[in-house]
Design a protein around this ligand. Structure first.
Ligand code: ATP
Length: 389
C-alpha cells in the first residue's frame, strides 16, 4: 500500500529530468527516475491550496493505491513536500494523449480501432466500479481552465492548468490505453445518494450538471461522448462557450451528424445505449463489453493483434480524422470553462434561494463574492434566458 511519506525527501530518492509531461488543474507532471533502480516514472506535483484540497489529494492517493489493473496507471510512491505540495509517483505512460494520437496522419482510424479503444476504457471502468468507485472525470480533452479554486456551501469547483486528458496511449505505435487520473473519483456503495458537481461539462452527464444523484452509469455517459467524438470528430454537446455546452447537456438532445453515414448501425446502437438521458437506460461497463459492437470486434482476432497499430482490414472503411483534428484545435482555444462552472453552481444556489424567497439575486452574488473571472455577457444572457424558461 502506498502512503504519502511525511519524513522522507523526494530528492533523496528520485530525480526529475527532461521536459514536463503535462499540466493538470493542481500542478505539473514531470518525467523522473528512481535513483536506486533507474526506474522511469511520472511525478505529479500537486499544489495544496487549502484543507479541502488536502483531503481531495489524500482521497486521490488512497483511490489510486487501490487500483491494480493493466488499463490504469499504477501509483508507485507519494511524498508530502513542504507544507503545500504532494508529489505522486506513478507509472509513466508515453504514447501521448488519446485524441492527439488518433488524429495523427499515421493513425488508421477505423471503427475497429475505435471499438478497441472504447473496449479498454470500459474494462478500466468495470474494474473501477468493482472497487466501489465512480471516476466522474472520464474525458479525453479539457477546455482551458482558469486557475481559481472556489468553494461555496460545500460545492467546490477546482480549477487547475490547461488541457489535461485522462486517457493516455501507452506507446506511439500500438492501440493500448491507460487511465491516469482519479482526481474527482468518489467512493460509492449505493447506500446513500451521491451528489457531485464537477468535471468537464462537455463530457459530464445531465445528472451532474443538474446536481441530481449520480451512480455508476454517470461514468458511462462520458464513454458515450468519447465514442461519438472518436467516430465522427464532433462533440455532441460542445457549444461555442461553456454555458452553451451546459445548456446542451441539460437538454440532453443530440443526433448523429452526417459523418455517421459511414458508421455501422451497431456502433450507433452502442452510442444510443450510453447517451440516454435517463441513466437507468444506460449500459453498465459489463453490458458494453457484451454489446455486439465490442464483443464481435474482440472475437474477430487475438487481443494482441487488436491492440497493435491499427491497419485497414478487407472491407473496413477508414474514417476521416479531418474533423477530429479541427475539434482538437478548437478545444485548445476554448476559454472560461472554470468561470462558467462556478457560475453554474452559483446559479443553482441562487435558484434555490429565490425559491425560498430569502434573497434577491444581485444581493446573493454580492454576498457570495463571485471571483474575478466573471461570466461573459453572452453566457450571462444565455443563462438568464434559461432561468426564465
Ligand atoms: P485534471 O484533474 O484536470 O484532469 P490533474 O491535475 O489531475 O488534471 P492529470 O490529468 O493527472 O492532472 O495530468 C495532467 C497531464 O499530465 C495529463 O494530461 C498528461 O498529459 C500528463 N500526465 C499525467 N500523468 C501522466 C503519466 N502517468 N504519464 C505520462 N503523462 C502523464
Amino acid at each position: 500500500v502506498v502512503r504519502i511519506r511525511t519524513n522522507a525527501k523526494f530528492d533523496d530518492f528520485y530525480e526529475i529530468y527532461g521536459e514536463p509531461l503535462g499540466e493538470g488543474k493542481f500542478g505539473k507532471v514531470f518525467q523522473c527516475r528512481e535513483r536506486s533502480t533507474g526506474l522511469e516514472l511520472a511525478a505529479k506535483f500537486i499544489k495544496i491550496r487549502k484543507d479541502a484540497d488536502k483531503a481531495t489529494v489524500e482521497r486521490e492517493v488512497s483511490i489510486m493505491t487501490q487500483m491494480r489493473h493493466p488499463r490504469i496507471a499504477q501509483i508507485y510512491d507519494a511524498f508530502y513536500a513542504g507544507t503545500n505540495d504532494v508529489i505522486l509517483l506513478m507509472e509513466i505512460v508515453r504514447g501521448g494523449e488519446l485524441f492527439n494520437r488518433v488524429a495523427e496522419d499515421s493513425y488508421i482510424l477505423t471503427e475497429k480501432a475505435v471499438a478497441m479503444i472504447v473496449c479498454q476504457i470500459c474494462e478500466a471502468i468495470e474494474y473501477i466500479h468493482s472497487q466501489h468507485i465512480i471516476h466522474l472525470d472520464i474525458k479525453a480533452s479539457h477546455p482551458s481552465l482558469s486557475p481559481l479554486p472556489v468553494s461555496l456551501r460545500g460545492i467546490s469547483c477546482g480549477g487547475r492548468g490547461d488541457n489535461p486528458e485522462n486517457i493516455m496511449c501507452v506507446s506511439e505505435t500500438g492501440n493500448r490505453i491507460k487511465l491516469i487520473d482519479f482526481g474527482l473519483a468518489q467512493y460509492y456503495d449505493g447506500s446513500k445518494d451521491l451528489y457531485y458537481m464537477a468535471g468537464t461539462p462537455e463530457f459530464a452527464a445531465p445528472e451532474v450538471i443538474k446536481y441530481e444523484p449520480l451512480d455508476f452509469r454517470t461514468d458511462m455517459w462520458s464513454v458515450g461522448v468519447i465514442t461519438y467524438i472518436l467516430l465522427s470528430g464532433y462533440s455532441p454537446f460542445l457549444g461555442d462557450n461553456v454555458a452553451e455546452t451546459y445548456v446542451n447537456v441539460e437538454r440532453g438532445e443530440w443526433e448523429f451528424t452526417e459523418e455517421f453515414d459511414v458508421v455501422s448501425d451497431i456502433a450507433k446502437d452502442f452510442i444510443k445505449n450510453l447517451l440516454s438521458y435517463d441513466k437507468n437506460n444506460r449500459m453498465y461497463p459489463r453490458e458494453c463489453l457484451k454489446h455486439p459492437w465490442i464483443a464481435d470486434t474482440r472475437a474477430s482476432a487475438a487481443i494482441d493483434t487488436l491492440l497493435a497499430q491499427p491497419t485497414i482490414d478487407d472491407g473496413a472503411t477508414q474514417l476521416s480524422n479531418k474533423q477530429l483534428k479541427r475539434y482538437i484545435v478548437r478545444r485548445r482555444f476554448r476559454k472560461l470553462a472554470f468561470a462558467v462552472m462556478c457560475y453554474v453552481d452559483f446559479r443553482k444556489i441562487l435558484i434555490d434561494l429565490r425559491r425560498r424567497n430569502s434573497v434577491k439575486g444581485e444581493e446573493f452574488f454580492a454576498a457570495a463574492k463571485v471571483p474575478d473571472a466573471p461570466p461573459s455577457e453572452e453566457m450571462g444572457s444565455l443563462l438568464a434566458k434559461k432561468t426564465k424558461e
